[in-house]
Design a protein around this ligand. Structure first.
Ligand code: UDP
Length: 140
C-alpha cells in the first residue's frame, strides 16, 4: 500500500474535555504522522460547507451547531494506507458499535458528539485537506 494523506478533525466534544493529546497519541501509535495541524473555531459557513453532503439529513442542523460550539483541531495525517488506517483507529460512527481500543469507543459521547472526523475515501481526503489547508501549511 502506498503512502497516503487523510484529513482529520478533533471535534468540539473532545477539545472541550482536553482530549487532544490522547487522540493524537492514538494516531501516532497507529503509525500515522501529523504533517499539518491547526486549532480553529469553525464558522457556520465553514461547517455548512464542509458537511454539505449531509444537508438533507435530519441531523444536519444539530451537527453544524455542534461543530461550531467549541474550537476544533484540523489535521492532515500521513502514512501507509492512511485513509483506512485512520478510519480503523477512529472506530464506528456510533460509539456503542465501535471496537475496543478505538478513539470513539474510548472517548465519544454519542453518535453525534463522536470526537473525531476522518475522510472516507481518496477523493474526499483531497477535497477536505484543500478545504482547510494551503499546500505550504503541510510539511511532510
Ligand atoms: N451524525 C449524527 N447522527 C447520525 C449520523 C451521523 O449526528 O445519525 C454526525 C456524526 O457526528 C458523524 C457525522 O454526522 O460523525 C458524519 O456522519 P457520517 O455518516 O459521515 O459518519 P463518519 O464518517 O463521521 O463516521
Amino acid at each position: 500500500m502506498a503512502i497516503q494523506r487523510t484529513f482529520s478533525i478533533i471535534k468540539p466534544d473532545a477539545t472541550k474535555r482536553n482530549l487532544t493529546g490522547k487522540i493524537i497519541a492514538k494516531f501516532e501509535e497507529a503509525g500515522l504522522r501529523v504533517v499539518a495541524s491547526k486549532r480553529i473555531h469553525m464558522t457556520r459557513e465553514q461547517a455548512e460547507g464542509f458537511y454539505a453532503v449531509h444537508k438533507e439529513r435530519p441531523f444536519f442542523g444539530e451537527l453544524v451547531d455542534f461543530m461550531i460550539s467549541e474550537p476544533v483541531v484540523v489535521q492532515v495525517l500521513e502514512g501507509e494506507d492512511a485513509i483506512a488506517k485512520n478510519r480503523e483507529v477512529m472506530g464506528a460512527t456510533n460509539p456503542a458499535e465501535a471496537a475496543p481500543g478505538t478513539i470513539r469507543k474510548e472517548f465519544a459521547l454519542s453518535i453525534g458528539e463522536n470526537s473525531v472526523h476522518g475522510s472516507d475515501a481518496a477523493e474526499t481526503a483531497a477535497e477536505e485537506i484543500k478545504f482547510f489547508f494551503k499546500d505550504e501549511e503541510i510539511v511532510g
